[in-house]
Design a protein around this ligand. Structure first.
Ligand code: GN1
Ligand code: MG
Length: 357
């Protein structure tokens, strides 16, 4: 691994490389250098089975980080290197290194930063503002970004993929998940509302992060948001993506893969705080149709994630990293429970948003 790091433009001698984080897709490492106690760089092996166009991927990320850097500079923000990721090019001035088999990238480590798997309402408010401002900063980017995973958050496509998985039934798991397939089917048409509004020309796509899990945000010790990380999926999408995926992780009182479904609920305090922050961060551009449908977004993401985990379980676990054979099934059950909880609270969510006017 040290040899890989040496392919990049770095100044110091490397002393150690250790695993970092809990992402389900890429492999991430922190890189230590001589004379410094804290890590200096983050090395990532890009999962190119999933991100097949690494060139496009790194190009998107560079456009986004440069645009944000420019905005922060214009606004005289201090400490910019802690507020946007900085990627380091290879010795050949490439955005990534290909070792003949795997793709790697290197970025500067942001020290004294913290990630969380859960947040309290106060942090949730800050996170809402930060993701809103992230979208807002990107709302006037004048370059087009490609879709690093085509139709990534298109629920119609996700349902089709689930259907295909069921037809193949590659590892004979369909019979044990009938209940979930039926429940998903009952709501399928309603849940595809976003795609319909888009086709009718009522709902725009904007540049979104598309993986706004709580742990994709760095905080400083005081609880201020430093920056948004994990930019692989930054691409055009409905704003529902960022709103919904944050709540899917943050408002869940249990874990994403909780075996005890009684631990799971949809926490309205987190919802309220996040929504308040998000609406402040997005006030310069958010349309009424987007705002009105935020409760739909809060249901959509647990629903879509159920569909994705279930399809992967049926396919024999080819996409998400798993720790044990039934992991994707447990994730499916836990996401479904979360969906049901969010579904029950939809009108309460609507009332809250109306009360903010
Ligand atoms: C993946 O890489 P990670 O863990 O941040 C996935 C998300 C899912 C999430 C579920 C590219 O994100 O879409 O919501 O797992 N990323 C990709 O935890 O598929
Ligand atoms: Mg991540």
């Amino acid at each position: 691994m040290k040899d890989i790091v040496l392919k990049f433009k770095i100044e110091n001698a490397i002393t150690d490389v250790k695993p970092l984080g809990e992402g389900l897709i890429n492999d991430t490492f922190k890189v230590y250098v001589e004379g410094e106690e804290k890590p200096k760089y983050v090395l990532q092996r890009i999962n190119n089975a999933i991100f097949q166009d690494v060139e496009l991927l790194q190009d998107n990320i560079e456009k986004v980080t440069e645009h944000i850097r420019k905005k922060l500079t214009e606004n005289n923000v201090d400490d910019i290197d802690r507020k946007v990721l900085r990627f380091i090019r290879t010795n050949d001035d490439e955005k990534f290194y290909f070792d003949g088999e795997k793709y790697w990238r290197l970025m500067a480590f942001i020290s004294d930063s913290y990630t969380y798997q859960t947040v309290n309402p106060e942090y949730s408010y800050t996170a809402g503002k930060a993701f809103g401002e992230f979208q807002s900063m990107l709302s006037d980017i004048d370059v087009t970004l490609g879709e690093t995973i085509p139709s990534f958050h298109n629920l119609e496509l996700r349902l089709k993929q689930l259907e295909e998985a069921v037809e193949k039934d590659a590892v004979g798991r369909v019979k044990e998940v009938k209940y979930y397939l039926d429940e998903i089917e009952k709501r399928a048409e309603d849940m595809c509302l976003g795609e319909r509004l888009y086709r009718e020309g009522k709902l725009p796509k904007r540049i979104c992060h598309c993986d706004t899990k709580v742990n994709n945000m760095l905080f400083d010790k005081e609880g201020n948001v430093l920056c948004v990380i994990d930019l692989d999926t930054v691409m055009p999408s409905f704003i529902f993506s960022d709103f919904g995926d944050f709540l899917r992780s943050a408002a869940n009182t249990g874990a994403e893969d909780d075996k005890n479904l009684d631990n799971i609920d949809f926490n309205m305090e987190i919802f309220k705080a996040f929504t308040k922050g998000y609406l402040e961060g997005t006030k310069s551009f958010l349309l009424p149709i987007e705002k009105e449908n935020l409760p739909y977004a809060a249901k959509l993401f647990p629903y879509m994630q159920t569909v994705r985990f279930l399809a992967d379980y049926i396919n024999g676990d080819t996409y998400y990293k798993i720790q044990y054979p039934e992991h994707n099934l447990d994730r499916t059950k836990a996401q479904w429970r979360l969906f049901e909880c969010a579904e029950k609270k939809e009108s309460e969510m609507r009332d809250f948003i109306l009360s903010l006017r």
